[in-house]
Design a protein around this ligand. Structure first.
Ligand SMILES: Nc1ncnc2c1ncn2[C@@H]1O[C@H](COP(=O)(O)OP(=O)(O)OP(=O)(O)O)[C@@H](O)[C@H]1O
Length: 239
């Protein structure tokens, strides 16, 4: 097994300045993740699932604990890494899939999807061809490929977002409700792509309000609801 993540004693809370109080989002979380493993984060509303994903991605700074990411260049503590290193890892090894697209003015859907490949040094023509492949796979109509996604429907924007986030295999993929508002065929395409990435060794941590969507991918579950019993699904993950 190739270790990807060692999280130790991780805590995060928020200062509620207007109330003069502090609220814990999650406390003392420890977990490990190996290549090709899929970890489902469960828990009641407000248990801290999205906050944990954002802390792993370093959108939030942890209050306590370590996030040891085994990158291709060695182990780095994401809780303490320099911003420049985090930015580099986000381009090359760590992906975050949400249901929300950050569209940019006057950037076409196909250019937005091709961008991660271009930044990784792929030829522009090849990147565009692969972008179109993934837009088609997620069911975005060809007429929309050269258009600006700012005017797309919520589902169409989400499909562009998925194509962009999943075009390049990552070492670690964080998934925050990626199936929300997807139609059945896009959901099937997403599950197929996640299964393919998992077979290639991508480690994944995901939040799904309908975990049945990804039942075949789940190896382990962690329930962030305080005092919830933890469940090991299976331990026969081959990588
Ligand atoms: N930026 C923030 N500032 C203050 N409090 C926040 C912030 N983000 C989250 N919280 C609080 O932290 C707690 C955890 O929120 P989080 O969104 O992580 O929960 P969740 O488990 O993903 O919930 P849900 O299932 O409802 O999506 C909540 O009580 C929420 O109000």
């Amino acid at each position: 097994m190739t270790r990807i993540l060692d999280v130790r004693g991780l805590s995060k809370g928020f200062d509620m300045h207007h109330l003069g109080t502090h609220m814990a989002a999650f406390s003392d979380i420890s977990l490990t993740l190996d290549a090709g493993e899929f970890l489902l984060l469960k828990g009641r509303n407000g248990a801290g699932k999205s906050t944990l994903l954002r802390t792993l991605y370093r959108s939030y700074l942890a209050a306590k604990g370590e996030i040891l990411f085994h990158s291709s260049h060695g182990v780095i503590d994401l809780a303490r890494a320099a911003d420049v290193d985090v930015t580099h890892l986000r381009r090359t090894e760590i992906g975050f899939v949400t249901q929300f697209l950050t569209a940019r003015p006057r950037v076409s859907a196909e250019a937005l999807v091709a961008e991660p490949l271009r930044l990784a040094g792929h030829d522009a023509g090849d990147a565009l061809e692969r972008a179109r492949h993934w837009l088609a796979a997620f069911g975005v109509k060809p007429a929309l490929w050269p258009a600006y996604p700012t005017t797309f429907s919520g589902g169409e924007q989400q499909k562009v977002n998925l194509a962009r986030a999943l075009i390049l295999p990552q070492r670690l993929l964080l998934l925050d409700e990626p199936t929300a508002s997807l139609d059945a065929s896009a959901r099937a395409a997403l599950i197929d792509r996640l299964a393919e990435l998992k077979r290639h060794g991508t480690a994944m941590v995901g939040v799904f309000h309908h975990p049945g969507d990804v039942a075949t991918l789940i190896d382990r579950e962690i329930d962030l609801t305080p005092d919830a019993p933890q469940k090991e699904i299976r331990d026969d993950v081959a990588v």
